[in-house]
Design a protein around this ligand. Sequence first.
Ligand SMILES: C[S@@+](CC[C@H](N)C(=O)[O-])C[C@H]1O[C@@H](n2cnc3c(N)ncnc32)[C@H](O)[C@@H]1O
Length: 201
Amino acid sequence: MAKPLINWSPKFYDRISKKYDLLSRVFFSMGEKGKERVVINLRIGSILDIACGSGGLLKDAVGVGARAFGSDTSWGMLTETRFKAPSANLVQASFYELPFKGDTFDTVVETNAVSGVEIESDIVLSEMVRLCKPGGEIRIGDYAKAPKDNLWQRFMEWIGVLFGDYPHDYVTYFRARGLQTEVEYLGFDGMYQYVRAEKAA
Ligand SMILES: C[S@@+](CC[C@H](N)C(=O)[O-])C[C@H]1O[C@@H](n2cnc3c(N)ncnc32)[C@H](O)[C@@H]1O
């Protein structure tokens, strides 16, 4: 697969962490919409954001009464989260192997992170399922495999890959594992999705 124009490494995120919110609002308003959607009707209880970035989602989750946990590989981004959501429990860790016991969180979320090029999404999604309590929810707001395939979709995919985004099929992954799963298409002709999956009680 082609190398993206930007190397989205932890060092890169450390460098942009202080400007991340502004950059995201200007260049990726759809990603902001995804974060907002993920916290609507959130269950009160514990929430883990597996790539919490600068902490906007966790701040909103704390605002509605949730106990917040966040992890990220970028120390700079975690520092921003610490300012925004001081009560959140944070850990510097990769979403491939998270240092928590299974069946721990009422809600496990990710936004705008697992769509990266060359990310082994199945491993990350299985971590999300492992960490979610029976009866809990997994919520994703991300660039994803669109329901239909046409020239426009392929062009958009190509642009995405150039910049480091690669669509994964979250819905098929969860449904294949027996999780009741719903999807909403938030934009880009079905390529930006809000996915909610329930782990059986
Ligand atoms: C585009 S930002 C999204 C941040 C936040 N979730 C949001 O929606 O604004 C991607 C985030 O994923 C983090 N990240 C990248 N690879 C990671 C990994 N393997 N494990 C955990 N976090 C990772 C980056 O450090 C960055 O904070």
